[in-house]
Design a protein around this ligand. Structure first.
Ligand code: HAM
Length: 451
């Protein structure tokens, strides 16, 4: 008996999202605004499956993502499947599968829901929406520039300024060249350096130093990591290292980074972009330019979003070499950023009924007539609501007024008999009786007067 009375919790699973209409309204407003920007850059939307073979993430994403954060299931044939923690490997798979069909460069975007078993904290959930924008098959640094421009356009379209956000960029090949030619880090330990730099902002100073000491004995490497942790310009890096060999100055990494810096200057977007040598990103597939966007204030400590260039991701699926660059932007982090700077217009928070036509009736006998009118209005693409209480007209109109409706229609026995309608301007409180056939014109007249 007791079992029957058992009630389940109404809470969603930890880190999972119940999206009530008010939340979804805001999400959609943000997503639509980003879509508008992306589409003027001629990016097309794609989507992929929520489940993928786990191997495609294990190969090149990150050990942490797969070993610690993956939600996975086994299907009936015991095949291990992952709930996508990101969509970039899926994008690579989809392009590798049909690459010949697409004209290069390929400009695509997607708005997937992703899953990561993370500690829930400000800006981090276990289920989250991530806006992804990628360009593939464009090797020149103009692709980098396009992506930087998109980011700036997105954030400034919400009213954000360069005082509120910065895109911190770096280049993995540049870090590789420092490790190779200056610090002489053994090849198998370069990924450890990435790891340390990626965590440098998240670890306490003491813990950071301990980790360096635990992993490296050579003083030059330890000092090198400390320089890379803090340097804020390429010149600063160069000044702090002694004896820079020509090989370094001729390396692809150094050249690319210097060139991107010039392009940023030429395009006059320096106010939005800063070099930061500790930005390397946590995913293994990045090979060249990497960047992270940060709130410059103290409220949001973690990156709002990030991305970079990946040269070899398609090699998981084919022999084709197609380099890509893009970013993933967590909707939640963006929302927190916009909230912090009051960049969400108040009116988005409430449903807008100002264009809705409210149909009130004096009694149930008008129900058919109300439906006939509603059909006519919806056919003309007027949103409308029928009040099904069919009694107490005062209450019906009160409800309309509380919702912020500006035009109500009132139906009584006389109106129905004469095929007429009482139309009420809820703002001026004026009302008159009009012919059914004229109702659309009369509604337009009221909206014209009010706008
Ligand atoms: P990511 O740095 O792992 O990169 O994630 C990008 C963004 O997704 C983060 O900066 C954050 O805004 C959001 N995000 C990540 N995890 C969570 C979470 N648990 N809760 C809420 N938001 C989260 C990637 O995923 C790359 N695939 C991005 C990319 C696309 N690179 C090239 N193209």
């Amino acid at each position: 008996m007791e079992e029957e009375n058992k009630r389940f919790s109404t809470q969603p699973l930890k880190g999972m999202e119940d999206s009530y209409p008010s939340n979804l309204r805001l999400d959609n407003w943000i997503i639509d605004q980003i879509r508008d920007i992306i589409e003027v850059y001629c990016y097309e939307e794609y989507s992929g499956p929520l489940l993928e073979p786990i191997e495609i993430f294990a190969a090149k994403s990150s050990e942490e993502l797969v070993q610690e954060q993956a939600y996975w299931i086994k299907d009936k044939r015991n095949k291990k499947l992952i709930l996508r923690p990101e969509i970039t490997p899926t994008l690579a798979r989809m392009i590798a599968r049909k690459s010949q069909e697409f004209k290069k460069p390929i400009r695509w975007y997607s708005v997937p829901t992703c899953y990561r078993y993370e500690d829930t904290q400000r800006g981090r959930r276990r289920e989250f929406i991530q806006f992804n924008v990628d360009i593939l098959g464009e090797n020149s640094l103009y692709a980098e520039l396009e992506i930087l421009n998109i980011i700036i356009d997105i954030l400034t379209s919400f009213g954000a300024t360069s005082e509120q956000f910065q895109i911190y960029y770096n280049n993995r090949r540049f870090i590789d060249a420092i490790c190779d030619f200056i610090l002489k880090v053994p090849k198998n330990k370069i990924s450890l350096i990435y790891n340390l730099l990626d965590k440098s902002n998240k670890l306490e100073e003491k813990e950071f130093l301990e980790t360096i000491n635990d992993n490296f004995k050579e003083e030059i490497i330890k000092q090198g990591i400390l320089i890379l942790k803090d340097a804020k310009s390429i010149q600063e890096v160069l000044n702090k290292f002694n004896n820079i060999p020509d090989q370094f100055l001729e390396s692809q990494g150094y050249k690319e980074l210097s060139e991107i810096e010039n392009l940023i200057q030429d395009l006059d977007i320096t106010e939005y972009c800063s070099f930061a040598s500790n930005v390397v990103r946590g995913l293994d597939y990045y090979t060249g330019t990497v960047f992270e966007v940060f709130d410059t204030g103290k409220e949001n400590r973690r990156a709002i979003f990030g991305g970079g260039r990946y040269d070899n991701l398609l090699s998981l699926f084919s022999n084709e070499e197609l380099s890509g660059i893009g970013f993933g932007m967590g909707l939640l982090m963006l929302k927190l950023f916009l909230e912090t700077y009051n960049l969400i217009p108040e009116e988005i928070m409430n449903s807008d009924y100002s264009d809705v036509i409210y149909i009130a009736s004096i009694n149930i006998k008008q129900s058919q007539y109300a439906h006939k009118i509603a059909r006519e209005l919806r056919y003309e693409e007027f949103p409308c609501i029928i009040d099904y209480r069919f009694e107490n007209l005062g209450n019906q109109l009160k409800k309309a007024s509380e919702l912020g409706v500006r035009v109500s229609l009132i139906l009584g026995p006389k109106e129905m008999e004469q095929n007429r309608i009482t139309i009420k301007n809820m703002v001026t409180e004026e009302q008159k009786i009009v012919e059914f056939d004229n109702i659309i014109d009369e509604i337009y007249n009221i909206f014209d007067d009010l706008d």
